[in-house]
Design a protein around this ligand. Structure first.
Ligand code: PRP
Length: 183
């Protein structure tokens, strides 16, 4: 669905689809240079990273493997609970693999902090993070994303994989959710 399809549910449009795809193309060129001759394993973090994963993987002119993890740190509210649970683990063995975690957003950083420690313990040759969106003021200092799409303000954002109560994931762009929707 388009940003215009959700009426006054958004107070602001942060990114339209074209901006997202252009930035993903730029990040893909960096990844191609960094992993020349390699076959990295892209680990998508369900459900939010579905759109980023699909677009990054298709943009890359490299062979890649795709795998998925489902973890949860949020309920249906707007705040991180700090509790990370594995809902679905990887199918792949990470031993000796060049792994890139693909995330839609680094908010508090709790999810990525926990995930990098967890995946690092499985013996990958390397482990990096691609996060399409980042809230810099809230990012935990021990999490370093090598590939970041956009730094965004500390607002409740939806679209392009990001949900509120499972809605808006299929929005083509990213916008700030109006308070009247979640209050
Ligand atoms: C969202 C998002 C990240 C995480 C970021 O996932 O996709 O995984 O929160 O927040 P943090 O940096 O504060 O930890 P969520 O748990 O909402 O699951 P979802 O991807 O299925 O929507």
């Amino acid at each position: 669905m388009d940003l215009s399809d959700v009426g006054d549910d958004l107070t602001e449009v942060l990114l339209i689809e074209r901006q997202i795809l252009d930035r993903i193309a730029e990040l893909a060129r960096f990844i191609e240079a960094d992993y020349a001759g390699e076959r990295p394993l892209l680990v998508g973090v369900l459900k939010g990273a579905v759109m980023v994963m699909a677009d990054v993987a298709r943009e890359l002119r490299l062979h890649v493997d795709l795998d998925w993890m489902a973890v949860s740190s949020y309920g249906e509210g707007t705040q991180s609970s700090g509790v990370v649970r594995i809902l679905k683990d990887l199918d792949s063995d990470l031993t000796g693999r060049h792994v890139i975690i693909i995330e839609d957003i680094m908010d508090s950083g709790l999810t990525l902090s926990w995930l990098t420690a967890n995946l690092q313990s499985r013996g990958p040759a390397s482990l990096e993070i691609l996060a399409l969106l980042r809230k810099p003021n809230k990012a935990r200092p021990d999490v370093d994303a090598k590939y970041v799409g956009f730094d965004i303000p500390d607002a409740f954002v939806v679209g392009y994989g990001l949900d509120y109560a499972e809605k808006y994931r299929n929005l083509r762009g990213v916008g700030v959710l109006a308070p009247h929707i979640y209050q």
